[in-house]
Write a protein of this length. Structure first.
Length: 345
């Protein structure tokens, strides 16, 4: 598993920069212990969360002007299914590449890191999670592809192979590769709109995805920036659970027993300690106030039976979520605070 001399830092994904060079320059000013490539939703609609990893999915159509994406259910779709399965079963991840058109930050990150030489202790990538993608991507009639059994299978296989393709490039740079699956929609599970999603569905999907990554020596994380039943994620084979500690730390502590068991099996917690919910929150926070917040939460976990030493040893520090919606100045403030935390934690 991971091993660091001090508390490691990384980011969740998105930055508000309009181009990859500017985003990488910004990240280099505030170095991360676990470097990560930046998603750039302001550069192109194709870098939006639902669009970015849909490249190569059967039947996908995108209207960039209207910022719409859907699955075209036409007479050609069955043939596209067959071609997809042929590629998926071949073992070649090449057909599932994430191109620079969809992830300019990834392409530029790989190029710049390769030019610097040397190997990192760890590096992080990310993929949109299957529930967030599957419940948001659908057909023109409004049916989400998650509820289409065949397309759900296609989506899970495609996301696994996109994660493996990405990891194959990242592992040239680092001893450990971490891939986060970003699942903001988990905060809405259990509401009437998503009553059809069961705990067993979540566990089964992540058992499949994590098995693929673990077989390749890749660590898997799950990120949710809202509140949810956190015990559910502890029952998956994920290696890292990423949460918004700034806003929801007390909620996560309600599941202290499950979190303790997760840590005991070697899991890590990614604490989203630096707020990204608004420019005002980012500007008002200080390293001292965030350390106090961390220590208050650690004490709460400790009161509930989780050893502080284990919490601190198996902790990553991150922003609470992506920074893509913030002004660039506020994103820089978040990265500055994260860098300060890395130095004093």
């Amino acid at each position: 598993m991971l091993n660091f001399d001090a508390v490691p830092t990384t980011i969740i994904g998105s930055l508000p920069c309009p181009d990859a060079a500017g985003a990488l320059d910004l990240l280099e000013r505030y170095p991360l212990a676990v470097p990560a490539w930046p998603q750039l939703p302001k550069r192109s609609v194709r870098e939006g969360m639902i669009f970015q990893f849909s490249e190569g999915f059967p039947g996908i159509r995108i209207d960039e002007k209207e910022r719409r994406i859907w699955i075209e259910n036409d007479d050609h779709l069955p043939a596209r299914y067959a071609a997809f399965y042929e590629s998926a079963l071949s073992g070649d991840t090449g057909p599932f590449a994430v191109s620079a058109d969809y992830a300019a930050g990834l392409a530029a990150f790989l190029e710049r890191r390769a030019a610097t030489g040397g190997r990192l202790p760890a590096v992080k990538g990310q993929v949109t999670g299957p529930f967030t993608l599957g419940l948001s991507l659908g057909y023109l009639d409004g049916k989400a592809c998650w509820f289409d059994e065949q397309y759900r299978d296609i989506m899970l296989k495609a996301l696994a192979r996109k994660a493996l393709w990405q990891a194959g490039r990242l592992e040239l740079l680092a001893e450990n590769v971490i891939i986060f699956f970003d699942e903001p929609i988990f905060a809405a599970l259990g509401t009437p709109a998503y009553i059809g999603i069961s705990d067993d569905d979540v566990i089964a999907a992540y058992t499949e995805l994590c098995a693929e990554l673990h077989a390749a020596g890749i660590l898997a994380g799950i990120h949710c920036c809202g509140n949810m039943d956190w015990s559910l994620l502890t029952r998956t084979p994920a290696d890292i659970i990423s949460f918004d500690a700034y806003s929801f730390g007390e909620k996560v502590a309600l599941y202290a027993a499950e979190i303790d068991a997760f840590l005991a099996r070697g899991g890590w917690l990614a604490w989203g300690l630096v707020p990204t919910g608004s420019a005002e929150l980012a500007e008002s926070a200080t390293a001292a106030s965030l350390i106090r917040r961390r220590d208050e939460l650690a004490s709460l976990f400790e009161q509930k039976g989780v050893a502080r030493s284990r919490l601190m040893k198996q902790m990553l520090l991150t922003p609470s979520c992506g920074m893509g919606t913030l002004p660039v100045r506020s994103a820089e403030r978040v990265l500055d605070l994260l860098h300060q935390l890395r130095q004093v934690s």
